[in-house]
Design a protein around this ligand. Sequence first.
Ligand SMILES: *[C@@H]1O[C@H](CO)[C@@H](O)[C@H](O)[C@H]1NC(C)=O
Length: 525
Amino acid sequence: MGSLLFLLGVLQLLAAARAAYKQWIPNTNFETASNWDKERVPCASDVIHFEKNKVLSVFVGSPHTVTEMFLPLNGELLLAPGAGFAAFDGSWDSGCGSGAVLRFADAEQRSWFDPALWKDVSPAGGREPARRIFSVDEERVPCQYDDVIFQPETSFRVNLDSSQPVIRLRSISLMGQELSSAEAWAEYLGGPSAPRQFHGNGTLQVTGARCPHSSGCACGNTQDGHRICASLLGAAGCPALPCQSPLRPLGHCCGVCGAVVTLDFTPDFDLQKYQDRVVQSWLSLPKYEGVQMAISKVHSAQTFLGLLPRGSVPVIQIVLVDGGAGEQAGTAAQQLATDLVGDIAQHGAALGISSSRMEVATGSTLGGQAGGRAARRIAAGTVLGLLSGLLVLGGILFLYRKGKLRPCPLHLHRLWDQAEDTASPEPASDKGFDNPMFDVVSGLCLGIRGAWGRGGAQGSVLGVFCWGCCFPSPSFAFPSPAAAGTAGIWLGGGGAAGAGSPGPADVLPQPPVRPQRDRDLTARP
Ligand SMILES: *[C@@H]1O[C@H](CO)[C@@H](O)[C@H](O)[C@H]1NC(C)=O
C-alpha cells in the first residue's frame, strides 16, 4: 500500500514537472498609475472619468477621497476590506493641485492571445537554467493543459476573440482561488464578475486535465497562430536576421538563425527527462553558454510527394538559437544540434527516439542550410512536375490517336513568318487579316522547373517543351498580348472557321504589331 502511494506520488511529480503556469500581467486596478491617462492615481481634487459605454471591473485597494466621479453604465468596483470612496469637502489640501480630469485607460483590446501580456511562472523553472529554455510564440500564451493565474487583489479585462470554438485550460486561479473543474468554472461564469472580465467570442473551458502523455502534448494554439503573431509583431514585422534562409520553427512567428532538430518518438519517450538530459549534458557546458533551447511536441504537416497535404503527425521540435552575430550566428546552435543528433544515433532506442532530422541556418555562407527537408521538397516537386508532364503528353497522344488532334508543324513555321513579317517595313499584307478567325491552338508549352540548393549554392533548370497542334473544331484560344485589343473579333469569329482549314492568322504570341495594323484590325467588323 505504501509503495503504491509512493508510486502515485512519483507519477504526480512527473506529471507536475511539465505543468506550466501562466500569469496574466496587466490589470484594471484603480491604484495602478498606468491605468490612467495622466499616468497617475487620481487624488482628491481630480475629476474621475470612466467611459460611459466601456464595461469594466475595477479593483479598489484603499480608501479614496473624490471630488467628482463618472461611472460606466455597466461595470463593477471591487472594494478590498477598508477601501472605499468619500466625498472631498474641499477643506483638506492633499497637495495634488487644483485638480484635473483623469480618464481610465481603455482595456478593451487586451487580447488573450498576446504573448506580451503573459509571463511564465512555472515552478519547474527553478531546477533548470530558466533563461536557457524559451517557448515558441504560440506556447507563450496558455496552452490546453496549462494553469492560468490572475493574481489575487487584481481586476482585469481580457478580449477572448479566438478562432477556436473553445479555449481549453487545466485550471484558472482568480482572487487566490484555483478553479480546476468544469463545475467550479461554470459557477464562476454565472457570477457577476465574469462577463465584465472576459469578452469577445471565445469561450474558456476548464478541464482539470493534465497532459496524459510522457512525450508531452501539443499546445493547441495553432488555430490562433495568426492572432498571436499579429499581437506580438504589430506593424513592425519580423526583424532582419544575419543568416541566409532563416528556419521557420512550427509555432514561431519569425524565422530564426540556428538549428531545428525534429524527433520522431516512440511511446517510451519522456519529454521532461530528455529536456533534463540535454540541459545537463550539453546546454550547461561553457561552450554552449549563449545557446537557448525550445523543446515541445508540435503537429507537423505531412504531404504527399512534398506537395499535397496529408494530415499531420506529432513530432518533438527542438529549436536551438544562439546570440551570435554576423558569420557566427547560429554556429554554436548548429554544433549543439550535431551533438544531439550524434547522441540520438547512439542512444536513440533507449531514449524512445526513432529518428531525427536536423535543419541549420547560420551566418556563414559555407555552413549554409543543410536543408534536408527543402531538398526533399524540391525533389518531390520535380517528380510531380515530370508526372504531370507525362500526363499531358499521354493526353495529347490519346487525342492524336483518336483523330481529334493532328500535328501541324506549319504553325511554328508560320510564327516565324509572322515575326519576319512584322519586321519588314512594308504594310502588312491584307491577306493576313482577311479572316481574323482561327481554328488552332497552335502552341502548347510545358515548363518543368527543377531547383537545387545546398551549402549556400542554389540554382535551377528550366525546361520548356512545345508542341504545335491542330484542333479540328476550335473552342479556345489565347489571344497574344499584341492582339488583346482585338480579342472580341477573334473570339466572335471562331464559330465560322472551317474545320481543318487553318486560318491565316496565327494565335501564338507575336511581336507587337505596328499601330497602323492595329487600326486595320479593329476597324474590321
Ligand atoms: C470570432 O470572430 C472572429 C472575427 O473577429 C472570427 O474570425 C472567428 O472565427 C470567431 N470565432 C468563433 C469561435 O466564432
